[in-house]
Design a protein around this ligand. Structure first.
Ligand code: PMP
Length: 427
């Protein structure tokens, strides 16, 4: 039964049982309305309340300055955000350059629309760059999506962890070696690489805003570690995360976008202008300004998914009076327990990533007893399941074992896994 297992799957992840019980009831009959939450109109007042409460609770839990950031519910997963970040931030870059060129050419006698477009075309060709820091499979996919949408000439690999680790992921290149472009449309990184178990220990200092508030346009994928530690939100232009690990169930993705990227400060360039520049036009579903303007209800949003996320946030806020800091302390404690059990038996376990960058959320290791990895890992997985510890198989692309230590894993679950790791090594 549900009570007998601790599920360490990488996503979808386990959800708190009491949240699911409340949601199950809401699915049948929401608040005595006779209609379930998945049946009510997304245009109803109750749907709007669910969205607004979830937004407010997320902002409260993470201390998102509501006056500076817009919280948007989207529907295309983390993968959709790989594309959305490119479309929206290239659009914002073009809008900035467009405004600057109009100013520069004003009164020069060569300031008609054709001259402005010609200057903009030149600037796109010579200066448009998107920087990617590649530290694992997910930032690699995001980079590949940017290349697919724009062409390789606009996309710069600022750092690639594989170049310092024999072609494998597991380290983060020193920030002094990152090759950042001047005025990049975005600098992209993945805060926690779910497959490779690599997490940025903190915000990369080289990307921090300068004293005057200006700085790089930083984008981060926080799909697999959001809500597990404090985020210096003000350092980002955009952060996004799928719900299905720490927030809720699959089906909604959250984008937290700096308001200055949205109207009235910045408006996406017209499709006609983008076509003249040879740049792609965002599908309306991925255009932040459209979704934000409609309070995430441009089209039919799954209110059930937002409701679940909202219930998880309410539970977190109730459990931790000091909000994300409280959850962070628990997450760190759970991760150290598991890593300590692995480190105690180096003859049996090899932790995959470097100690300095190993993830608190996705703990990746190999089991190498008797020199035979495959059979030993099979035995490890089989025995773990018999003890009620499930979902530990590593991602198909890298193999090995992965313990996903998301927020819904209770301290006792992490303790149970640590004891099993210990016992398996000794057996
Ligand atoms: N980014 C990260 C860090 C992920 O872990 C995942 C999925 N596991 C994705 C992006 C892709 O998310 P989705 O499957 O929702 O498109």
């Amino acid at each position: 039964t549900r009570a007998d297992i601790t599920y360490f799957g990488a996503g979808p992840a386990a959800l708190p049982t009491d949240v699911l019980e409340t949601a199950a009831q809401a699915l049948l009959d929401f608040n005595g309305t006779g209609l379930g939450i998945a049946e009510h109109s997304h245009r109803s007042e109750l749907a709007t309340n669910i969205i607004n409460e979830a937004k407010a609770d997320l902002a409260s839990y993470l201390d998102i300055p509501a006056s500076d950031y817009e919280v948007i519910f989207m529907q295309a997963g983390g993968t959709g955000e790989f594309a959305a970040s490119v479309y929206n931030l290239v659009g914002a870059w073009v809008a900035r350059q467009h405004a600057a060129i109009i100013k520069e050419l004003a009164g020069s006698g060569a300031d008609d629309e054709a001259a402005v477009v010609a200057a903009l075309q030149g600037r796109v060709q010579t200066q448009l760059k998107l920087d990617y820091i590649i530290t694992g499979g997910w930032s690699l996919k995001a980079y590949q999506e940017a290349v697919r949408l724009l062409g390789p000439e606009y996309v710069n690999i600022a750092a690639d962890a594989r170049t310092i680790n024999d072609g494998k992921f597991g380290k983060i290149p020193d920030q002094s070696t990152w090759k950042l472009s001047p005025d990049a449309a975005l600098v992209y990184y993945c805060d926690n690489e779910t497959v490779d178990g690599v997490e940025f220990p903190e915000f990369p200092a080289v990307l921090a805003p300068k004293a005057d508030g200006t700085g790089p346009v930083v984008v981060a994928d926080m799909s697999s570690n959001i809500l597990s530690r404090r985020v210096p939100v003000a350092n980002y232009s955009l952060l996004f995360f799928g719900a299905q690990k720490n927030l809720g169930c699959t089906g909604v993705t959250v984008a937290v976008a700096r308001r200055t990227l949205l109207p009235p400060t910045t408006t996406q360039p017209s499709p006609a202008l983008m076509r003249k520049l040879g740049l792609p036009i965002p599908p309306i579903m991925l255009q932040y300004e459209t979704i934000a303007k409609n309070n995430s209800l441009y089209n039919t949003l799954s209110i059930f998914d937002v409701y679940i996320a909202g219930q998880v946030l309410k539970k977190l806020l109730k459990t931790y009076p000091d909000k994300v800091d409280g959850q962070q302390a628990v997450a760190e404690k759970k991760a150290s327990l598991i890593y300590a059990a692995l480190e105690a038996h180096p003859e049996v376990y090899r932790i995959v990533p470097d100690k300095a960058v190993r993830s608190r959320m996705n703990i990746c290791f190999r089991v190498t007893k008797n020199g035979n990895v495959d059979d030993t890992e099979k035995a490890f997985l089989k025995e773990s399941v018999s003890q009620g510890l499930t979902g530990l198989k590593g991602h198909r692309s890298v193999g090995g074992i992965r313990a996903s230590n998301y927020n819904s894993i209770p301290l006792e679950g992490a303790e149970k896994l640590a004891r099993f790791i210990e016992a398996f090594a000794k057996a």
